[in-house]
Design a protein. Structure first.
Lengths: 467, 255
């Protein structure tokens, strides 16, 4: 329900419709018609989310499934209907499954999405044979063209009540009067042109599926199926000399929910055993609910993987694969950002000189630029210390860090590290770094922020710890 | 062992033979399973003549994380020295596991600093986890990987069971496990247990701090004794060196 000049009905169920209620009616009027009407606040976001989930579930029929408006789902079933025993059977199957979930549906299959949309809402639904679209949509009301409200009202006023009425008119004046949008809609509904559907999940070229006669729920069955699917997919990838970099296992539950598990690999892989090890860690996250009826495995990203690499076990590549397999396992369980490597960076600033890169993302290089003495541990952010230095340009003789006093016995420096002028960081000043050692032998990396200026107390920071 | 005292005397040779057999099965791998530390005194103190590969070793640096990191980095560098010419070309890698929350307090491993210990940062795979259990899991996984030379875990609470698991994984995979602990020592089956504390360094001619110097104590070692030394790390030769405590030798003599 929503208010404009009062509460209005947004949607009604079948029982309410039978009593004469209709969307758009004032709640007050509805109550006078049916005193015991049960009204609930409209939840547009909830409805949208539910429709989203439903569209997700519809990917069990075809990867090209998308929500369409606030109350529709559009599925491209070109070339997949035979998997379900033909288009008519597919509709019956979909209708039955939706009915089991308590969803009333109108389903139509036609040459174009626009025609199917119109037939589901204004026609009787069902399957329109190829080429029969124009005949099927002609008697539909012109609202089936799905035009903006003002254009639809104009058509109505001119007495163009059906699609056939509009289609009969010469195209030139029609476009001049109502805009090119009308012609486009007309072409789509008549099957002359088709609009694209943006799929919910970009479909992968490499996919394989398994349907169960009886829904499965035991983790062993899920794992076994995953293994079978992996074997199949790896054979497919092998024939194309490809390896998977990202795999998605989708489990379609009987209640319409879809559970997805994603694994990624640092290098292309098509060894079912290795991929299964990655999946095994994550299959526990799948909640089978009342059972899973379909499992679908797809390689979202596949890259070239020549046959030789996988086939000669024990070769040098196999050893490299061993490391890649380890990194994949760690990254899949802990997250890619938690398993990293360090790479030298062309900079002289202590923090910028090292960059963090995903593990094994670059070819191994044993060269590392030499630098001055550097600490083994670096604090993520330099911590201010209270330091006393007798001469402004000298290292401190004593300092206080984390509430502990240190007396400096040895010191080395300064090493001036200037900010890189090409960076936009105007506030940064050059730093004078000192290597200092206290009487207990602890060694620190401290710096004075900026050059000494008379009358201004220098600011000191501790940045790193030497071994 | 208490049961052994109850067996008849004529069974003793059998038992002795079994013990020998057990020792053979359990550990004492091929000769190249040892990494020399570069110093005769230290190597002699270890029953294997160096650091035993394929086992767990523990370094405690309570309050001296940087010193412990340096010592551990030195050990890793020694472990990365190829055991034989045959696999000299293989790029040995090291897995370094730590807890994310430790970074703020204790700092994070810094590549350029580790490079000075001969531990090329490209050879490191850094793992940062939220929970200690995840880090221990990552260590175990790593120890089973043949491409890893060593797996280091720092700041992880490790009880007897966890240490046993690491030891077994290390034995199975052949990689060396190093545990750098921040807390007080707990029960462990580590082959060797070390304590590291910084010592004032030998000053450079200009008065700056010299090469890192620590008080290194080997306080528990399976099948060996214990000892305590003043140890220095030599950047150039990438080896440990036992120096006389408080020695203030001229620079030329030390290098």
């Amino acid at each position: 329900m929503n208010g404009q000049g009062g509460l209005r009905l947004v949607a009604v169920d079948a029982a309410a419709a039978a009593q004469g209620l209709a969307p758009g009616m004032m709640l007050g009027d509805a109550r006078s018609l049916v005193p015991h009407v049960h009204a609930a606040e409209a939840d547009a976001a909830g409805d949208a989310a539910a429709l989203d989930d439903l569209a997700d579930w519809c990917t069990r029929y075809s990867p090209w499934a998308a929500t369409d408006g606030a109350d529709g789902i559009c599925i491209d079933v070109s070339g997949v209907a035979h998997l379900f025993g033909g288009e008519a059977t597919l509709i019956a199957d979909l209708r039955a499954r939706l009915a089991r979930a308590g969803i009333v549906s109108e389903i139509a299959i036609a040459d174009t999405a626009a025609a199917a949309w119109a037939l589901a809402r204004f026609g009787r639904g069902g399957v329109v044979p190829p080429g029969g679209t124009a005949a099927a949509v002609s008697p539909l009301p012109s609202a089936a063209l799905r035009l903006p409200a003002d254009v639809a009202a104009d058509l109505e006023r001119l007495g163009l009540g059906t699609v056939a009425d509009v289609a009969r008119l010469p195209r030139g004046p029609l476009a001049a009067r109502f805009g090119a949008g009308l012609l486009e809609r007309l072409d789509r509904i008549l099957g002359h042109s088709d609009g694209p559907i943006s799929p919910r999940h970009p479909p992968a070229a490499w996919r394989t599926r398994m349907n169960f006669a009886e829904p499965v729920g035991r983790p062993e069955d899920v794992a076994l199926t995953a293994e079978r699917l992996l074997e199949r997919l790896c054979v497919m990838l092998g024939e194309a000399s490809l390896g998977a970099r990202r795999l998605v296992l989708a489990c379609y539950r009987v209640d319409g929910d879809v559970q997805r598990v994603v694994v990624g690999t640092s290098r292309p892989v098509r060894a079912p055993v290795r991929l299964m090890r990655l999946f095994r860690d994550k299959l526990g996250g799948i909640d089978p609910g009342f059972g899973i009826e379909t499992m679908l495995l797809e390689a979202g990203v596949a890259e070239a993987l020549p046959a030789s690499q996988a086939d000669f076990a024990g070769s040098k590549d196999a050893v490299g694969d061993d490391l890649a397999a380890l990194v994949d396992r760690l990254q899949n369980r802990l997250g890619p950002a938690q398993v990293v490597q360090l790479a030298p960076c062309d900079s002289h600033e202590p923090v910028r000189v090292v960059t963090v890169i995903p593990a094994l993302s670059r070819a191994f290089a044993d060269e590392w630029p030499v630098s001055g003495p550097r600490p083994v541990r670096l604090l993520p952010s330099p911590e201010p210390i209270e330091a006393t230095a007798p001469v402004p340009d000298d290292p401190p003789v004593r300092f206080r860090w984390r509430r502990v006093d240190h007396r400096v016995v040895r010191a080395d420096g300064p090493e001036r590290i200037a900010p890189e002028w090409w960076r936009e960081d105007r506030a940064r000043r050059s730093r004078d770094y000192y290597r200092i050692e206290d009487e207990a032998g602890r060694r620190f990396w401290v710096y004075r922020d900026g050059a000494y200026r008379p009358g201004q107390p220098p600011r000191w920071y501790l940045h790193g710890l030497f071994a | 062992m208490s049961d052994a005292q109850a067996v008849p005397v004529d069974a003793l040779p059998v038992l002795a033979a079994l013990r020998v057999e057990l020792a053979r099965i359990e550990r004492h791998a091929p000769v190249d399973g040892v990494a020399g530390l570069g110093d005769a005194v230290l190597d002699a103190a270890l029953p294997w003549g160096g650091l035993r590969r394929g086992g767990l070793h523990e370094i405690a640096g309570a309050g001296h994380e940087a010193a412990a990191s340096g010592f551990a980095a030195g050990l890793l560098a020694r472990l990365l020295v190829p055991a034989s010419e045959a696999n000299a070309s293989a790029h040995g890698m090291v897995l370094w596991c730590r807890l994310a929350r430790d970074g703020r307090e204790r700092g994070v491993p810094y590549g350029p600093g580790l490079a000075r210990f001969g531990l090329t940062p490209s050879r490191l795979i850094l793992v940062e986890t939220r929970r200690a259990a995840e880090a221990l899991w990552a260590m175990e996984e790593g120890l089973r990987c043949r491409r890893l030379v060593a797996v280091l875990g720092e700041g992880l609470p490790c009880d007897l069971v966890a240490s046993r698991r690491l030891q077994l994984a290390a034995e199975a995979g052949g990689a060396t496990a190093l545990l750098v602990s921040h807390a007080a020592a707990s029960a462990s089956v580590a082959l060797s247990r070390w304590r590291v504390k910084p010592l004032p360094s030998r000053p450079l001619p200009g008065g700056g701090p010299g090469p890192p110097r620590w008080q290194v104590a080997l306080w528990r070692c399976r099948g060996g004794g214990n000892g305590e030394w003043c140890v220095e790390w030599n950047d150039a030769s990438r080896r440990f060196a036992v120096v006389a405590a408080l020695a203030d030798r001229p620079l030329a003599a030390a290098v």
